[in-house]
Design a protein around this ligand. Structure first.
Ligand SMILES: NC(=[NH2+])NCCC[C@H](N)C(=O)O
Ligand SMILES: [Mn+2]
Length: 314
């Protein structure tokens, strides 16, 4: 199923900040709606079903104490949120809708991408994952300098991390590291650097993007464009330069300009295979005038492929 096979977008909020050190992302979904998210998506021609925000998960009973989780802050809640996101995104896919998960901190991408991975396996699709981020999010609990789960989701999705997260899709790796491209990165911890290299994830740092240009970066990142490809875009707003997008908890200077950011999302829209999206790390407490939220909505509009091309089945 590619973008044009979906019956509209299924919007889902995960209002949590349990995976982040700086608090505030739990108000992200409501603030994005208040800044015109639904109108923006509908204005781009997409039917949108708003499934609302997931409720805070209840206490989960852990069957065993897995030692690797001891170093993860708020482990039980991180797992609870991800199980809830996994179930909800799976349901959106069952409805034939393109999931758009809005965070919340980036740890929720484990549940989201795992659900997409299970769907791809069931429907014979090859999952490609583009991770737009200032950070690598490739820590394991033992390499993390902070213990914050939002620094770990991409490692989990490549099968590295506590099994309850790393195998949530139902198999050892939600996505093959060779099918992952990390774009925009400019802050990598020493331990995750080693893990990234061992795993073989494609890393496009900001320095490399400046050499290659954004279009060539995306061309290399996306590779072949077969009908069996499902592209998942996990968009951390700290990918953007903080001058443009101050509304995040862990900003890092030196990110893409507005023009580069639009080139990036337009290239992915033209690729035509985007089938699921996360938009995460929006922190309205850091965005008093709402400029980050409004830019996020415009970028999402440009990321969605034009419907007229393939005709949406409604
Ligand atoms: N999704 C994010 N904002 N991640 C920030 C991670 C920062 C740092 N590398 C850590 O592991 O703590
Ligand atoms: Mn991130």
């Amino acid at each position: 199923m590619n973008a044009c096979d979906f019956r509209g977008i299924g919007l889902l909020g995960a209002p949590t900040g349990v995976g982040a050190g700086v608090k505030g992302t739990r108000h992200g979904p409501q603030a994005l709606r208040a800044n015109g998210l639904l109108e923006g998506l509908r204005g781009a021609g997409w039917p949108v079903t708003d499934w609302g925000d997931l409720p805070k998960p209840g206490k989960i009973s852990l069957s065993e104490d897995e030692p690797s989780t001891f170093a993860v802050k708020d482990w039980q809640q991180v797992l609870g949120w991800n199980l809830a996101v996994f179930n909800a995104v799976s349901q959106v896919l069952q409805h034939g809708q393109m999931p758009l998960l809005i965070g919340g901190d980036h740890s929720v991408a484990v549940g989201s991408v795992s659900a997409v991975a299970a769907h791809c396996r069931a429907t014979g699709k090859r999952l490609k994952l583009v991770w737009l981020d200032a950070h690598a999010d490739f820590n394991m609990p033992h390499t993390s300098p902070s213990g914050n789960a939002h620094g770990m989701p991409l490692a989990c999705l490549c099968g590295l991390g506590p099994p309850a997260l790393a195998q949530m899709a139902g198999f050892p790796q939600a996505v093959a590291p060779a099918d992952v491209s990390l774009i925009g990165v400019r802050s990598i911890d020493a331990g995750e650097q080693r893990l990234l290299q061992q795993a073989g994830v494609h890393v496009f740092s900001m320095a490399q993007i400046r050499q290659l240009g954004m279009h060539e970066t995306l061309r290399l990142a996306l590779g072949d464009h077969g009908p069996d490809v499902h592209l998942h875009v996990s968009f951390d707003l700290d990918f953007l330069d903080p001058v443009l997008a101050p509304g995040v908890g862990t900003p890092v200077a030196g990110g893409p300009t507005q023009e580069e950011a639009f080139q990036c999302v337009r290239h992915m829209a033209a690729f035509g295979q985007a089938g699921s999206i996360d938009l995460v790390e929006y922190n309205p407490a850091k965005d008093p005038g709402g400029m980050t939220a409004r830019l996020a909505v415009e970028l999402l509009q440009s990321l969605l492929p034009a419907l007229s091309a393939g005709g949406i089945r409604v």
